[in-house]
Design a protein around this ligand. Structure first.
Ligand code: MOS
Length: 709
């Protein structure tokens, strides 16, 4: 296994689907139209005499709407519609509380949609919204997550269908008899997804045909998922809902599912048939309606022998969900198989609060969970007097501790070793030993991990268009990651063509079904479908097909996938400098080494790893949605007050990966790269801060006040 710090030479990858395109750092095919402003995002799609929707949001955190006076708004010139629970069309399915919009006067969180004003211009809609008088019966609310909340409960399962709790071996006994025990609490705050493009859509309801149809331009990670959800909620046949989404300005999980605003816009469109209704959430509205990462309260207990071998591991998490829909972040799942241990227990408990609906945010589960676990590992290394890299190597399990299955490719140890070398880890000094003028200097390390996911159900279509040109169709999304380009690379190689002979179309439910661009599963799922459709096309139509020749196929069965435990790994090394007087933390240097199976496009892959690491840095030092519990809303609900890193905060990020092809999971040999970069990073920063200052900051983010004593 060799290190690939630079794009590999043409054709160095091995296995099927090899060709001149896969493995090459091809520039984004959509880059040119984007930088020239020619790419149409959802809100910018052309619509004839559109109407504009402005939200009415609850000003109380719990209660019911007792009175609505819309008369002044309705009298305003240009206002087409004021919609509230009093006059909304009924929904066909109300099983999902998040999508059950305007069906009752009930209010379950502050900022919940209680109505909207639709008008001929956005300004009039907004003005009209200010004129609607809504009165509430306000009930006492609770938005505060507490470890001792008497109403904590165990959900039936946690996100991605993992068991809520696991219990293997006599863990209490193991901890009691351990030479060294770490028992600490860690917390991560509420954080909000903020893709550059806000959630936006245009919906048009058409009743001119025999059956009503709905057409939606949406900013989404999965057009087919939006269509099936809207069809169900609105009582339409799925084929009568078309969702189009060619360009998406970031998703990060918040666009992995539709949200309440999508249903609202569809309801408004239904009330104004034939008229396109447009909505772009404001940045502030996104803090109520686009999902967020739950705060987590974690307790980690790890026992070890004197030589650092883990005897027992307990990881417990307390987190929040909303009252209208359950989302259970899988925070402690990482501790089920990250390290060897003779006994272990993991659990999740939820508090249902008067808060907005939490949802997916880049590496849900792994991101907060790896913070707790990896910070505890750093503390264990200190307690054992061991180097934290060596501690992790000593506890590398030979097979999946949870299932006993062999690893499809576990290369954590290589990542740690290569990363230590690239970073210069051997120069790390004892805690609090290095000072450079006003700055205390420290090094830190943590592991990264993310499961290799493949979602079944995607279909690709290949059609020969004549003159050597092929169309490849799949309803997948490119949310800015480069998947458009990378999928094109896969198709070109699979058809044995130059990339400019392949014309890929994505982002439309008129194209064959594709699963959501989430769980870092896009390339494994959509790429495998394209690979198989291309293979079958060549089999069916040969090298000289007739123009119009078409083949459609799902990915080939890959039964071997079930026999392996498939996870990606990485190691992150961080240097911090902490101002001895002010507690300001700077991060001049980060090194990340990853093992993620084959890398289809090194250029776009590097951006994914780097973006993940930047976000991990952000999680460590900046991000924190602060709730005003008196009123139940996030106070810092804009990008002036919700802090994220800027270029000045992100100095030298060195990203590399192991040259690897993992054919156990899918025939492309990929394991996905979108989310792993954010995992472990915050623990590496916390580890470095401790190395610099001797201070353990266990509650994120590590702000200057936590370091000034
Ligand atoms: Mo990702 S949070 O699975 O879209």
């Amino acid at each position: 296994m060799t290190l690939t710090g630079t794009p590999p030479a043409v054709g160095t990858a091995v296995g099927p689907a090899v060709g001149p395109a896969v493995g090459r750092g091809v520039r984004r095919l959509d880059g040119r139209v984007k930088v020239r402003g020619m790419a149409r995002y959802a809100f910018e799609q052309l619509a004839e005499s559109p109407a504009y929707l402005h939200l009415l949001q609850s000003t109380v955190a719990r209660g019911r709407v007792s009175d609505v006076d819309a008369s002044e708004a309705e009298a305003l010139e240009g206002v087409l519609l004021v919609l509230t629970h009093l006059n909304s069309p009924k929904l066909a399915d109300t099983s999902d509380g998040e999508y059950t919009v305007l069906q009752s006067p009930g209010v379950a969180f502050r900022g919940q949609i209680v109505g909207c004003v639709v008008a001929t211009s956005p300004e009039v809609a907004r003005h009209g919204a200010e004129l609607v008088r809504i009165r509430y019966d306000e009930h006492p609310h609770d938005t505060r997550l507490r470890e001792d909340d008497p109403d904590l409960y165990a959900p039936d399962e946690v996100n991605a269908s993992f068991p809520t709790d696991t219990d293997e071996g006599p863990v209490e006994e193991a901890l009691r008899s351990s030479a060294v025990v770490v028992d600490q609490r860690y917390s991560t705050p509420m954080e909000h997804n903020n893709p550059m493009e806000p959630h936006s859509c245009i919906a048009t309801w058409d009743e001119s045909q025999e059956r009503p149809t709905l057409t939606v331009y949406d900013s989404t990670q999965g057009a087919h998922g939006v269509a099936s959800t809207l069809a169900k909620v609105l009582g339409l046949a799925q084929q009568d809902v078309r969702v189009i989404s060619p360009y998406v300005g970031g998703g990060f999980g918040s666009k992995g599912l539709p949200h309440a605003h999508n249903v609202l816009v569809a309801l408004a469109a239904r009330t104004l048939p034939g008229r396109p209704v447009k909505l772009a959430l404001t940045r502030q509205q996104m803090f109520f309606l686009a999902g967020y990462r739950t705060p987590t309260l974690q307790r980690v207990r790890i026992g070890a022998d004197a030589d650092g071998r883990i005897t027992g591991l307990v990881h417990e998490a307390v987190e929040q969900t909303s009252r209208i829909k359950e989302f259970a972040e899988q925070t402690t799942v990482v501790s089920r198989n990250m390290y060897a241990a003779r006994a272990r227990r993991t659990s999740h408990r939820l508090a249902a609060l008067d808060v907005p609906v939490p949802s997916w945010m880049r590496a849900p589960g792994e991101a907060p969970g790896m913070y707790g676990l990896e910070h505890a590992m750093d503390e264990l290394a200190e307690a054992c007097g061991l180097d934290p890299v060596e501690l992790r190597i000593r506890n590398d399990p030979p097979a999946d501790p949870e299932t006993g299955k062999p690893w499809s490719g576990r290369h954590l140890v290589e990542c740690l070793r290569v990363g230590a070398e690239r970073f210069g880890w051997s120069r790390r000094g004892p805690t609090g030993s290095r000072r450079d003028g006003d700055w205390l200097v420290g090094f830190g390390v943590a592991s990264s991990t993310y499961p290799g996911n493949v979602m079944p159900g995607s279909v690709a279509r290949v059609r020969y268009g004549g003159r050597g040109h092929y169309a490849v169709h799949i309803g997948a999304a490119d949310i800015g990651t480069g998947s458009w380009t990378a999928l094109n690379q896969v198709a070109a190689d699979a058809l044995g063509l130059a990339m400019n002979r392949v014309h890929l179309e994505i982002g439309d439910t008129a194209l064959p079904m594709a699963t959501v661009e989430g769980g870092s599963s896009g390339m494994a799922s959509h790429g495998s479908a394209i690979l198989e459709a291309c293979r079958r096309f060549r089999e069916e139509h040969g090298e000289s097909p007739e123009p119009g020749a078409t083949t459609e196929s799902a990915a080939a069965e890959h039964p071997e996938a079930k026999e392996y435990a498939t996870h990606s790994y990485g190691a992150q090394f961080v240097e911090v400098r902490v101002d001895a007087d002010t507690g300001e933390v700077r991060v001049p240097r980060m090194v990340g080494v990853f093992s993620c199976g084959r890398i289809v496009n090194p250029r776009t892959a590097r951006s994914q790893f780097r973006g993940g690491m930047v976000w991990g840095l952000s999680m460590a030092l900046f991000e924190h949605s602060i709730v005003d519990h008196r009123f139940g809303h996030v106070m810092n609900h804009d990008l002036a007050d919700y802090h994220v890193p800027t270029n000045a905060d992100v100095v030298d990020i060195d990203v590399s990966w192991l040259d690897e092809t993992d054919l156990h999971l899918n025939p492309l040999g990929v394991r996905g790269i979108g989310e792993i970069g954010i995992t472990g990073t915050a623990a590496a920063v916390a580890s470095a801060v401790h190395n610099a200052t001797g201070i353990r900051v266990r509650d994120l983010p590590i702000t200057p006040d936590t370091l000034v004593r």
